[in-house]
Design a protein around this ligand. Structure first.
Ligand SMILES: Cc1ncc(COP(=O)(O)O)c(C=O)c1O
Length: 422
């Protein structure tokens, strides 16, 4: 399976022949719980001596196919699907830290993640230090004894910065901590785990589904990180599993260390309950079947729109990593040669909010990665709660208009933009 290409993985990975029905597509198992074969089997499942289905808060057969398919697409060893991209990020940070610990994060993040790191982590005894990712050395300078992870977005939403992954991963390795990369915007175009990241998190709500019909998230683990003494939670006996040591039990599953993922599922999903609905997993599986071809088309359309905007005298500037002159253009082509995804930013010579109000075809919403082209004004919506200074540092001034370019004909999209500008 690992030798298959992305197009093939999106259609087949994680699915095996269904001996009972022969169903060609992945069945939807809408069940909350599973009947045990025997009292002995029930006990074995609860002691983690046997892997199997107990209750849909922890596992589900439809979700399991979605998880395995995502692990294959991201080139990882194991995956965990959860209720949203935000819960994937929260669960990842909670699983890597104890109260008092810190993470060092790029400062140009999706607004919700920025708020999570700034306001919610301190409520839980954790904190984040923000750095400008343009210089990887900034991460090294911010690392302390308490640092337990470095965090970046592969294409930052919405400033569209692409970091130097190898350099940041090398700094994480030296510090003995994992690099976590949010690959929401570059799903199907880039595999952060192949460039030194240890954990990928994704909002499946966006390009993974592609249809804008469901909210969900995924965490994928490379299986290569060895949990050193900075991470006692994987090395010390776990009281809620009768002294189980995660790294001893799951540190070498067919050569992969999946201690992080088993702990995430058995402690956090089991006890905090941010489970995904099997129906949403099933909807995301429909999306994955066309991920590779959609991402090519989203990227090609975004490049066409970016070029069209760049030539328009009513447009002040355009921000798209696929355009020469973008600060991350060289890395965009090197890391994402098949395309640089569907997000672009621009500013007009005039009132941006009035322009948005004039659009007829484009939808004014706060989602991305949909087949529909979406326009957003981040400063007044997704990034409203940031201070103007922090917004400026993150590359989102008041005139920033974000487009998530969909799969409509680009002539129609450009015509709608032109009539709204006029
Ligand atoms: C880059 C990025 N990560 C995470 C999220 C959060 O995902 P969700 O909305 O599925 O919770 C978003 C949502 O916009 C996002 O853009």
């Amino acid at each position: 399976m690992s030798h298959w290409h992305l197009e093939t993985l999106g259609i087949h990975a994680g699915q095996s022949h269904d001996p009972q029905t022969g169903s060609a597509t992945v069945p939807l198992y809408m069940t909350a719980a599973y009947q045990f074969e025997s009292p002995e089997q029930a006990a074995a499942l609860f002691e983690l001596r046997e892997f199997g289905n107990i209750y849909t808060r922890i596992t589900n057969p439809t979700t399991a196919v979605f998880e395995q398919r995502m692990a294959a697409i991201e080139g990882g060893a194991a995956a965990l699907a959860v209720s949203s991209g935000s819960s994937a990020i929260l669960l990842t940070v909670l699983n890597l830290t104890n109260p008092g610990d810190e993470i060092v994060s790029a400062n140009n993040l999706y607004g919700g993640t920025y708020q999570l790191f700034t306001n919610v982590l301190p409520m839980l005894g954790r904190s984040a230090r923000f750095v400008d990712p343009a210089d990887p050395e900034n991460f090294r300078k911010a690392i302390t004894d308490k640092t337990k992870a470095l965090y970046v977005e592969t294409i930052g939403n919405p400033a569209l910065f692409i970091p130097d992954f190898e350099a940041i991963a090398a700094i994480a390795r030296e510090a003995g901590v994992p690099l976590v990369a949010d690959n929401t915007v570059a799903a199907g175009l880039f595999r952060p785990l192949e460039y030194g990241a240890d954990i990928a998190v994704l909002s499946a709500t966006k390009y993974v589904g592609g249809h804008g019909r469901a909210v969900g998230g995924v965490i994928v683990e490379s299986g290569k990180f060895h949990w050193n003494e900075k991470f006692p939670m994987f090395r010390n006996p776990e009281p809620s599993y009768h002294g189980l040591v995660y790294q001893d039990a799951f540190g070498n599953m067919d050569g992969a260390n999946i201690a992080f993922m088993v702990r995430a599922r058995t402690i956090f999903l089991r006890d905090m309950g941010m489970a995904i609905s099997p129906f949403n997993s099933w909807l995301f599986l429909q999306g994955l079947e066309t991920l590779a071809l959609r991402m090519r088309e989203h990227s090609a359309n975004a490049l066409t729109i970016a070029r069209g905007l760049a030539e328009n005298s009513l447009v002040e500037w355009v921000n798209y990593p696929g355009l020469p002159g973008h600060p991350a253009h060289e890395r965009a082509l090197r890391y994402m040669p098949r395309g640089q995804s569907g997000l672009l930013g621009f500013a007009i010579r005039g009132d941006g909010k009035k322009f948005i109000g004039n659009l007829k075809l484009l939808k004014h919403m706060v989602n991305i990665g949909d087949v529909r082209t979406i326009v957003t004004h981040p400063a007044s919506t997704t990034h409203q709660q940031m201070s103007p200074e922090d917004r400026h540092k993150a590359g989102i001034d008041d005139n920033y208009i974000r487009l998530s370019v969909g799969l409509e004909n680009t002539d129609d999209v450009l015509a709608d933009i032109e009539q709204a500008l006029q």
